[in-house]
Design a protein around this ligand. Structure first.
Ligand code: ATP
Length: 396
């Protein structure tokens, strides 16, 4: 069992800088949790406080029911894998993996068994007698992971473990880490600034910005129900489009008027939510729409005929399965991931249908998502009807 609770964890560095403010999470046994956010948001500081490498300024860190704030790193039964593999260059792969167990004075038979098990799990059996300089980057990273897992730690911490690898290898290692988690069933906390890594690996993701936790949720919920504009913009690639708009109430039906004069009907469900939240005719808001929820396909144009905006195509990218159109809406650049059969090309004026079941709306001042409800006690987003929304994509 290895549960972890962070209760009101805070870090103030000696120079007075508040790197982490009021971090709360209950990590379940075997859970894979990702801390993600831009550089400097405090994710490594939080991880290092869990490892015991950084002092906790206030709050409680609890592992398996026991407060460990003042426990030495070596007594926390936590292993950490860093961005730099930090392997001993003069030791072989086997010796590198044996090292932490020898330090712990484990009997030789047990050391042999654990190293053999880790080598099997990580596919390192044929490399055990090589020195690190004779390994590829991915292989070295696997040895670094092997050195962590031989200890059978309660919790495995990883700080940007893949960022030294090239894009292809990163993709492969991502899959390997997923498999490793499946095999070991261990609790993992993983730090990255890469939203793709976060979305593909995590059971749950903690999105951080400026030392503050913005939202803790599953990848699917973060994508579909971002709590605010920061989370909406950080999660998803290509990024969500943000467009300034004014609310128009036309006989009870809510539209969003864009600066080019086009009007987007938001559907009855969202219209009622907007009114219930107290927004009224003439209020300015930020409309959020993901690139895949914009379409120039005739069927979508027909289906969402009251939610269409026109713009000029500035860039066209053919990606194979989809095409990206970069469209100028009166000064706002919008990305649309459209069907590859789209005929739109640079210089054309294109009509884009907004799938109104997938529209997000943010308050201009606070940046909060108007269309999600947040539990005031826990700060978590309440999701009641997640299978209700229409994610129709037309592919011919
Ligand atoms: P990165 O992805 O760049 O590593 P991060 O989110 O992991 O970023 P941290 O390393 O946790 O960020 O740092 C959080 C903030 O704390 C940063 O603004 C950093 O400059 C600051 N910081 C880190 N160490 C110290 C220190 N010893 N004294 C003062 N401020 C520090």
């Amino acid at each position: 069992m290895s549960e972890l609770n962070l209760k009101h964890i805070k870090k103030v560095y000696p120079n007075g800088f508040e790197a982490v403010q009021d971090f709360n999470i209950d990590v379940k046994d075997g859970e894979f949790v990702i801390f993600v956010g831009p550089s400097g948001c405090g994710k490594s500081t939080t991880l290092r406080m869990i490892a015991g490498l950084e002092e906790i300024s206030s709050g409680d860190l609890i592992i398996d029911g026991k407060k460990v704030n003042d426990l030495d790193p070596k007594d926390r039964n936590i292993a950490m894998v860093f961005q730099s593999y930090a392997l001993y260059p003069f030791l072989t792969v086997r010796e590198n993996m044996e090292f932490p167990l020898k330090i712990a004075k484990m009997p030789k038979s047990e050391i042999d068994a654990r190293v053999a098990e880790a080598a099997r799990t990580l596919g390192l059996e044929s490399l055990l007698d090589r020195k690190p300089k004779a390994l590829s980057g991915g292989q070295r990273q696997r040895v670094a992971m092997g050195r962590a897992i031989v200890r059978h730690p309660k919790v495995l911490l990883m700080d940007e473990p893949l960022s030294n690898l090239d894009a292809k290898l990163r993709g492969q290692m991502r899959v390997e880490i997923s498999k490793l988690h499946e095999k070991l069933g261990s609790t993992i906390i993983y730090v990255t600034h890469d939203q793709t890594e976060a979305m593909t690996l995590g059971d749950r993701i903690v999105v951080m910005s400026d030392g503050e936790v913005q939202q803790i949720d599953t990848p699917a919920h973060l994508y579909d129900y971002p709590k605010n504009k920061f989370v909406a913009g950080f999660i998803g690639s290509p990024q969500m489009n943000f467009i300034d708009a004014t609310i128009e109430d036309k006989g009870g039906k809510v539209y969003l008027k864009l600066s080019n004069g086009d009007e987007i009907f938001v559907g009855d469900k969202r219209g009622e939510m907007i009114k219930a939240k107290g927004y009224k005719n003439g209020d300015t808001v930020t409309l959020g729409i993901r690139p895949e929820d914009l379409s120039d396909h005739p069927e979508m144009i027909e289906k969402f005929s009251d939610s269409i905006a026109k713009g000029k195509v500035e860039v066209y990218e053919m990606l194979g399965a989809t095409s990206n159109l970069y469209v100028d809406f009166d000064g706002t650049q919008v990305t649309a991931s459209v069907d590859p059969t789209s005929k739109a090309r640079v210089g054309d004026t294109v009509e884009l249908a907004f799938n109104y079941d997938r529209i997000h709306l943010f308050d201009k001042d606070s940046g909060n998502n108007i269309l999600v409800d947040v539990d005031p006690a826990t700060g978590t987003v309440i999701v009641e009807d997640e299978i209700d929304d229409d994610k129709t994509q037309i592919v011919e």
